[in-house]
Design a protein around this ligand. Sequence first.
Ligand SMILES: Nc1ncnc2c1ncn2[C@@H]1O[C@H](COP(=O)(O)OP(=O)(O)O)[C@@H](O)[C@H]1O
Ligand SMILES: [Mg+2]
Length: 223
Amino acid sequence: MRPLKHGYTNRTLGDGAVVKKTYEGPDAELRLDRERKLLTRLQRRLPVPPVHKADSGTLTLGFMTGAPGQELLDAGHAVEVLEACGRLLRRIHGAEASVPAVCARDEDKVLVHGDYGPHNVLLDPVTFQVTAVVDWEFAHLGDPVEDLAWCEWIVRMHHPEHRRALGGFFHAYGRDVPPWPARQGAMLARCESLLEFCHRWEPNGTGVTLWRERAVATAGWQE
Ligand SMILES: Nc1ncnc2c1ncn2[C@@H]1O[C@H](COP(=O)(O)OP(=O)(O)O)[C@@H](O)[C@H]1O
Ligand SMILES: [Mg+2]
């Protein structure tokens, strides 16, 4: 098996048939368990990998076809990729009622992916249909702005040249888009929680410095 590109937290290996994801860092067992539950319940409702096995810190998943969203983005398909991300995010946020065991009932809240963006989406490189949304370990019941803002953050931070295509992302999502102060607030909250995650992993390590710098940069952004 070879290491899969575009993994940012864990060790993920694949061979074209299966993927083995070994969880690293704080709350590894809890994150594995959450991803396993979500993937199991979302089968046939959303394009997600099937779960084959879960044991000793490793989840074995079916290998999904498709090209990583960020590669297609950088190959010049930002508009198509971000529109597909917007359409799929609307489906995710509409799926809350179907995952009661993961999401306590709360009228105002939806199923939040928790790390949404082109980096966790695979797409057909010809039709740009989403073939899989991966990486559900941070999923929870929450506010739609969390995923909207995080996808925006990923593009603005890592693909700033494609920022203008974010209009198509919000338009394809189709529901009211929260105003910039709410989106920026959600971005900063996520930076803070990743800073805390890194601090638990390695107190005052390089991850902490990185997320502190990213939070400062994000706080300086204008709409
Ligand atoms: N079931 C799968 N089929 C094909 N590729 C996958 C699958 N799961 C993950 N990947 C690829 O591996 C990358 C890393 O997996 P991911 O679950 O996102 O790990 P991490 O939590 O480390 O980011 C993904 O961005 C995706 O490109
Ligand atoms: Mg990932």
